[in-house]
Design a protein around this ligand. Structure first.
Ligand code: MN
Length: 326
């Protein structure tokens, strides 16, 4: 759809880029699936999917809510381990208290970023505080770490302020990476983009992206036309590589999230909360968690999650297209 509203950015000056894409890159609508998490929540899992396991280094995307958690516990995820990845928590509504085995205790509210770099290993818990807002709505995302960053020390970053561009009714927040002149302070290890595009009302936006990136867009609330495709919550629109911008148009209030990054070429094994390269690595991480080694202890005395049993078949490394390599 187009027409009606004048383009908010025929104005290339906002981002200092000129727009116009030469060829028409691919666009594929990937319906997610619902996954029950605990007793209270069902999430929409948008990555990994069978035909499309990753977008750049983004390897896991869960969209949760909006849920009414008034008079209920809300999010209650006990201590659990991670390795080989970064977790990105982004909220549209609600509050989550993060605690980790490095000793960090950090509350997060909408507009802020919690970025946990598991690297070799860390454990954390995520809980709605006892007194919490009535709504809960957000994204839980994982970023796969490349070989040179995945064996290092864990760290945790909280960013209370992120770069924001406001233009009329559209607000862009660069959560991770960069878009035009805006650059997130979050430390990542591959060229990456995560940006929220919030429409307070009807409007258009053209988000500049690096043509070397593959990009994808999801809708958290409302509906939008993205690169000519009607998009609603529950699906991921994969937009491939070669774009210089992602055109978005909304007829009313809508919250979108754009993912991007250079294609991640290392085959991965993803199992439970671990990202590794082989069955043996994953089995070792599981054993070490169950023995109480490697990942540390989350303060608070809460009972940690037990890992599931390893599957009876060997886990195989898959590339970003899902292909098993030997
Ligand atoms: Mn976690």
């Amino acid at each position: 759809m187009s027409g009606g509203e004048p383009a908010l950015y025929g104005r290339a000056d906002l981002y200092g880029c000129t727009g116009a894409t030469e060829a028409e890159p691919e666009s594929v609508l990937l319906p997610g699936h619902d996954v029950p998490l605990g007793r209270y929540t069902t999430v929409r899992r948008l990555l990994p999917q069978r035909p499309r396991r990753m977008v750049g280094a983004w390897c896991f995307v869960d969209h949760f809510g909006p849920d009414d958690v008034s008079g209920r516990p809300g999010m209650q995820v006990p201590p659990h381990p991670h390795t080989g990845l970064q977790t990105v928590t982004w909220l549209a509504e609600g509050e989550i208290l993060h605690r980790d085995s490095l000793g960090n205790v950090q509350s997060i509210v909408p507009g802020q970023l919690n970025l946990m770099t598991a690297a070799h290993g860390i454990a954390h818990s995520e809980q709605s505080p006892q007194e919490h807002p009535p709504g809960m709505h957000g994204l839980q995302l994982w970023v796969a770490l490349p070989e040179e960053a995945r064996h290092g020390e864990a760290r945790f970053e909280h960013h209370a302020a992120l770069p924001v561009l406001r233009d009329g009714d559209v607000t862009v927040t660069v959560v991770v990476g960069e878009a035009g002149p805006l650059r997130s302070p979050a430390r990542v290890h591959t060229p990456l983009l995560g940006a929220e595009v919030l429409f307070a009302g009807a409007g258009e936006h053209r988000l500049p992206v690096d043509p070397a990136y593959e990009t994808a867009v999801l809708v958290m609330s409302g509906t939008a036309d993205v690169a000519g495709v009607a998009l609603a919550p529950g699906s991921l629109l994969y937009l491939g590589q070669g774009r210089t911008e992602v055109p978005m148009e909304a007829a009313g209030p809508a919250r979108l999230f754009v993912l991007g990054g250079t294609p991640f070429e290392e085959p991965l094994v993803m199992w439970w909360n671990f990202v590794g390269r082989s069955h043996e690595e994953i089995a070792r991480a599981r054993d070490e968690w169950m023995r109480g080694d490697r990942f540390g202890v989350v303060p608070g005395g809460e009972r940690p999650l037990s890992a599931p049993e390893m599957p009876t078949v060997r886990l195989k490394a898959r590339d970003r297209h899902g292909r098993v390599l030997s």
